[in-house]
Design a protein around this ligand. Sequence first.
Ligand code: GLN
Length: 483
Amino acid sequence: MHQMTLAEIARGLADKKFSSEELTKVLLARITQLDPQLNSFISLTEALALEQAKAADARRANGESGALLGAPIAHKDLFCTQGIRTSCGSKMLDNFKAPYDATVVAKLAAAGAVTLGKTNMDEFAMGSANESSWYGAVKNPWNLEHVPGGSSGGSAAAVAARLLPAATATDTGGSIRQPAAFTNLTGLKPTYGRVSRWGMIAYASSLDQGGPLARTAEDCAILLQGMAGFDQNDSTSIDEPVPDYSASLGDSLQGLRIGVPKEYFSAGLDPRIAELIQNSIKELQKLGAVIKEISLPNMQHAIPAYYVIAPAEASSNLSRFDGVRFGHRCENPENLIDLYKRSRGEGFGPEVQRRIMVGAYALSAGYYDAYYLKAQKIRRLVKNDFMAAFNEVDIILGPTTPNPAWKLGAKNSDPVAAYLEDVYTITANLAGLPGLSMPAGFVDGLPVGVQLLAPYFQEGRLLNVAHQYQLNTDWHTRTPTGF
Ligand code: GLN
C-alpha cells in the first residue's frame, strides 16, 4: 500500500479498494517503525489524521470526490497548524502551538487531505543539508550516512522512504528542488505569489514560496492544485486564476524549445552529473524538444547577492522572536535587555545566529548601499538574464545541484562550502520564477536531479515536461533499499 502514488491512491479510494482510514493506519504504523532511522518527523499527528481520514471517508460515502479527498500528506514544520506544535526546526519555537492554520494547511484540509504529521527541517529553513535542525539531522534514505538536502529534508526523506506519498515544502533558495534532487523526488517551486505565504513562518519574505514534494510530476500537479491560489491575507499573493494542472499533463513536447545555459556546465559541476543531464536532454529530444544553447551571464553573482538579501530579510523577520511574544523565554531575566539577549541566544542555533548577524550588518547605516542595495541591483540583472532567455526558449534545463548528497557533517565546518552548492537553484528565487527538479539518474548510488525553469505562472508547462519525461524513463520509480 505504501508504494502507491497520490494519483494511485485517488483511484483506489474512488474505486473503494480501501478506505482513507485503512491507508492512514498503514502509513502511521510505517512511520513509527521506520522513521527512527531517518528522523524525518518532528511531530506525528495520529489523532488528527484518523479524524480527518474518517471524515474524508464519510464525504466520499456521501458522493463527494476529489484527488486529495482522503490523501495522506505531511506539512513542513513551518506551516502553522492550529493547536499543534509549529517549531520551524528551532528550540525557539519548540513550545509554540500555532493559534491558526496557514492558508496552505487550511486549503489542503478543506480538500480532504489527511495530515500525518509535521516534518523536520533546517532551523528557520536556513540550510541545504537538514543538519541545522534543533531536532537533529535527517538522514537520506538512499544512504543513511548522507544528508537528504535541505531545508525541506524531512518532507523529502519521508516521501522518498515511502512513509507517505507527498508533503508540503518551501523553497527560498532551493529547499524544495535540492532535497528533491538528493532523494530522487519531483519537487516544484511555484512562481512567487502563486501559493499563499500566510501562516508560513517567514525566512526571507521576498524569496519564500511553498510548493509540493512528491515522487512524480503527476502527484506534484495534484498537490499544487490544492495549495495554489490568491489569498487576500498575503499581500504578495497574486490574483491570477489557477489552471487545472493535471489537465496540462497531456501536451506533446514536439517543438518545445529548451535552453541550456552554457554557464551551468563550468568547473564545479561533477562530470558524472553533467553526463546524466546530457542523457536527460537526449531523452527530451527524442520526444520532440529542440535544444538551444543560451547564456545567463550574471549567474556567477547570484550566490553573493542571495547571501546578502536572504540574511537581511531574515534578520528583520526574526526580530519578532524576542522572548516576549513567541516561543522560548530565558529563566529569570534581570531586565528587558537581558531577556532579549538570553532568550535569543538560547533559542536560536548557530546558523540562524550567523545569518542574523550577517543580515543586520548588511542593513546597518553606512553599509546598506554597499551590500543590500548592490545585491538588489544584481537581483535585477539576474531577472533580466532570464527575461532575455525566455524570449528565445520555452524552458531552461540544467542540473539541480553541482554534486550529489554529501556525507553528514562534511560541510559543517565551512558554511560557505554549503552555500556554493545552491548555485543552480537560487537564481529562480531571486527572479521569482517557477522551477522543478526531477530524477535523472544516480551517481555512486545517490540520486541526481535535473532542473527545469519556466516563465512566470508556467507551472503547468514544467509539470507537463516532467510528466512526459517520466512516462519515458523510470528513474523516479526507483525505491531506496530497506524502504
Ligand atoms: N540553502 C539555502 C539557504 O540556506 C536555501 C534554503 C531554502 O530554500 N530555504 O538559505
